[in-house]
Write a protein that binds this ligand. Structure first.
Ligand SMILES: [Zn+2]
Length: 411
């Protein structure tokens, strides 16, 4: 047993965003060294966990079964206060010398695959194949690997750690897991956050935010011949789409919009009573995202006014329902958490690149809580597809990396 502290503790002086990063010192610590070695030695166990977690179905909103298994493992490994919050996030504490700072490290339980998907994992030499095997069963296995090796080596930290297997990262899950975690379960109790999501070794410090809408246009409807002259919801929607396609957005930071799906109508000879479309907008800059959203709203409202004015018979109404809201944000490159993320990789002899993405870290970044998302090692391909695969070659690097970063951030 060996406690950490001293010079290293100075890194995180009250809310400090800069300062020295003393990751290499940590590798001199006997317990940390043992845990890092253990992370490599027990890779077979980590892969076994990865397969077992993955063979428990966990579509977004139906994560209970996989969550129950993570809860069991958290308890078995000796985490304290293992609990499930209202959203279904599974939490377990690894207390340090002091309750604060509190570092939270998470991996998401949910997958994009609907109920009934065959989730059996196939082993093909050093390659594993199965839906969700990399995203994010690898993250869950690494999360558990970090707990296991820290416990085994009796690593002690000045600050406390909470390990979380969270729900609702994917698609219409809309970050509901981390929203519950930061807004309710651990409100004002999280000092820094890392999400383990995806594969390889990387540090995601820019959060691409998105707004998604389902827009429904409604009118009286009628016979295409008999009621001719009546306002048409499809007409309003067509006008709206034409205006949206003319919107101007900045190239830097990259800001985008897309009308992805349309539907509605009754028959070819009916004036429809309803038409709908789904629209997605993205940017890493909160102001740019707000601006493209405002222009979209204006385009829709103007389109409805024009359609109503054109015909004068009947009235089109419109409802814009926000069905996805991932806040944009970023953690500065010179912040302590990003520099620690890069330094931890260097200390272990690998290279981590900075990048952008849309992950659970979007939420804390938007709240200005230091946060990054890291990869869980190995090499993944075809995430979100049924033929997703994970190459286990040297995947232990991901476990070592998450472990060293955890120890470095829990102080
Ligand atoms: Zn993921």
């Amino acid at each position: 047993m060996a406690a950490l502290g001293g010079a290293a503790a100075a890194v995180w002086a009250q809310g400090s965003q800069t300062g020295p990063v003393a990751v290499p010192d940590l590798l001199q610590n006997t317990a940390v060294k043992a845990a890092i070695a253990g992370a490599k030695a027990s890779e077979a166990q980590t892969i076994e966990d990865q397969i077992r977690f993955c063979e428990i179905p966990a579509p977004s909103f139906k994560e209970e079964m996989r969550g129950a298994e993570l809860k069991r493992v958290f308890q078995e490994l000796g985490l304290e206060n293992v609990r499930v919050d209202k959203a279904g996030n599974v939490l377990g504490d690894y207390p340090g010398a002091a309750p604060r700072p509190r570092f939270v490290i998470a991996a998401h339980l949910d997958t994009v695959f609907p109920e009934g998907t065959n989730v059996k994992v196939k082993r093909d030499g050093h390659v594993l194949r199965g839906p969700g095997i990399g995203d994010d069963c690898r993250g869950l296995a690494v999360l558990v690997g970090v707990v296991r090796e820290m416990k085994k080596a009796h690593v002690q930290t000045p600050g406390s750690i909470t390990f979380v297997a969270n729900v609702g990262e994917e698609g219409l899950g809309d970050l509901r897991g981390v929203k519950e975690l930061f807004n309710t379960t651990l409100k004002d109790q999280i000092d820094r956050f890392v999400s383990i999501d995806g594969t390889g070794v990387h540090v995601t410090n820019v959060a691409v935010g998105s707004h998604r809408y389902r827009v429904t246009f409604k009118g009286p409807g009628g016979h295409s011949f008999g009621a001719f002259g009546m306002v048409n919801p499809m007409g309003a929607m067509g006008r709206a789409i034409a205006k949206i396609q003319e919107m101007q957005v900045p190239k830097q930071p990259k800001t985008t919009f897309n009308v992805g799906r349309v539907g509605g109508g009754t028959s070819v000879n009916s004036i429809p009573f309803e038409g709908w479309m789904e629209v997605d907008m993205r940017s890493s800059d909160p102001a740019a995202l707000a601006a493209v959203d405002a222009n979209f709203q204006k385009a829709v409202d103007q389109a409805v006014a024009e359609e109503n004015q054109r015909w004068g018979r009947g009235t089109i109404t419109v409802v814009k329902e926000l069905v996805g809201d991932r806040p944009a944000g970023s953690t500065p490159e010179n912040s302590a958490i990003v520099r620690t993320g890069l330094a931890a990789a260097t200390a272990l002899g690998f290279n981590a690149n900075l990048g952008e993405g849309s992950t659970d870290s979007n939420l804390p970044m938007s709240l200005k809580i230091p946060a990054v998302t890291i990869g869980a090692g190995g090499r993944g391909s075809n995430a979100h597809a049924l033929d997703e695969s994970f190459d286990t070659t040297d995947a232990w690097m991901g476990t070592q990396y998450a472990l060293l970063l955890t120890v470095a951030l829990a102080r």
